[in-house]
Design a protein around this ligand. Structure first.
Ligand SMILES: Cc1ncc(COP(=O)(O)O)c(C=O)c1O
Length: 387
């Protein structure tokens, strides 16, 4: 549709980034994180691609997992927050979902519900080793793990997981401590281990264990401050695009936009782009932020409004109405670069593209980047997926 922004979702880039995960953690199985609408990319299109190449998917909440099942995704799906009542447990069992158990109350829930469930559930016992959010205390692991193993509603073996709080390369005593605490808490208990998010995958090989849980790096974004996905061979999956809907000459001193916070310092050409904070392009981005118009970077000027933003195309500009604009992504700025001056992270920009923005999914061509993921460890039998 002309005159409106869209996001382009590049599934070949997604496959490329998954291949990058495999190169970093070649012996681990991959639980691809698709929570929050696949980090704003659109749950089902992303999940279909990842389900074909990863050993499992992970979402935060039960309703996200149910959306996957309703959308025909039959791959193993892990609910990272687990469930909180008998109804949730029954739905999880009915839809063959795997659960994280992070609180003793969830163990009790499983123990109480055994008779009602259509099948046993695979569970991951989550240990709080320093994140300070979800997870059981390290000292409680032995007893809770045993209760889960004894519970008729639970399929053996029970997995053991934790989540890293710090995303730093190099010396990071906090991560070291978390890894040590986890190893100590789990001791010699059998069952698969699952620790690493993107930061762990990229910077902490000793965190790779049996499974890894990449999120942001699958979408082509670096988890590390001061680094961009492209620096580590990732490709952006989402590009936020639009087009010029007006181009006009501006005389020196002419004011532009709400509050006239920018006036043309000299005669120039103004480009008006159909995108604004109502689409998820942050209002607080500073003047000078690069916007790619027809393949060249030009500065953002004036205040970003709900539906529009303005750029200085310079004197003698040749772009016309309809010229394509890339606000971030392939052929444009990186979300990491845009997020940094706002004091936020690429994750947030990706997640806050609003529903009115159309998603255009670029499928993978046969024999293209898809082939890069072919080196997945052989894990196809359902009963083997946890081991
Ligand atoms: C429990 C858990 N595991 C894995 C991830 C993926 O993390 P990242 O996107 O940094 O790779 C997240 C994301 O927040 C998470 O909450």
């Amino acid at each position: 549709m002309a005159g409106a922004p869209w996001v382009r979702i590049d599934l070949a880039a997604l496959a490329h980034n998954l291949a990058c995960v495999r190169r970093h953690a070649p012996r681990a199985r991959v639980m691809a994180v698709v929570k929050a609408d696949a980090y704003g990319h659109g749950l089902l299109a992303v999940a279909r691609t990842l389900a074909a190449h990863a050993e499992a998917l992970a979402v935060a909440r039960l309703d996200e997992a149910l959306r996957l099942r309703a959308g025909g995704i039959m791959a193993p799906v892990v609910v990272l927050e687990g469930v909180f009542d008998a109804q949730g447990l029954a739905a999880a069992a009915l839809k063959n979902l795997d659960l994280v158990v992070h609180d003793p109350l969830q163990v009790t829930l499983l123990e109480q519900s055994q008779a009602m469930l259509p099948r046993r559930l695979r569970v991951w016992l989550k240990v709080d080793t320093g994140m300070g959010r979800l997870g059981v205390q390290p000292g409680a692991v032995d007893a809770l793990w045993q209760r889960l193993m004894d519970c008729p509603a639970v399929e053996a073996p029970v997995g053991l997981m934790t989540h890293l709080a710090h995303a730093r390369r190099g010396v990071c005593p906090e991560t070291r401590l978390q890894l040590d605490r986890f190893a100590q808490a789990c001791g010699a208990l059998p069952g698969p281990r699952n620790i690493a998010n993107s930061a762990g995958i990229l910077a902490w090989p000793e965190s790779h264990a049996d499974w890894v849980r990449p999120g942001i790096m699958l979408y082509g974004v670096s988890p590390f401050a001061g680094e961009q996905g492209a620096d580590i061979g990732l490709r952006p999956v989402m590009s936020l695009c639009s087009e010029l809907i007006a181009v006009k000459p501006l005389q020196r001193g002419a004011p532009v936009g709400y509050g006239a916070i920018w006036q043309a310092p000299s005669d120039t050409t103004l480009g008006v782009v159909a995108a604004g904070y109502g689409d998820g392009y942050p209002r607080s981005l500073p003047a000078g932020t690069p916007v790619w118009v027809g393949g060249r970077p030009v500065p953002l000027v004036g205040r970003v409004s709900m539906d529009l933003l303005t750029v200085d195309l310079g004197p003698g500009a040749r772009e016309t109405v309809g010229t394509e604009v890339v606000l971030w992504g392939a052929g444009g700025a990186s979300v990491e670069a845009l997020a940094a001056p706002l004091g936020t992270i690429g994750y947030e920009l990706l997640c806050r593209v609003t529903p009115r923005v159309r998603r255009v999914v670029a499928e993978m061509s046969v024999g293209g980047a898809e082939d890069e993921t072919a080196s997945a460890p052989p894990v196809n039998q359902e009963e083997d997926r946890f081991g």
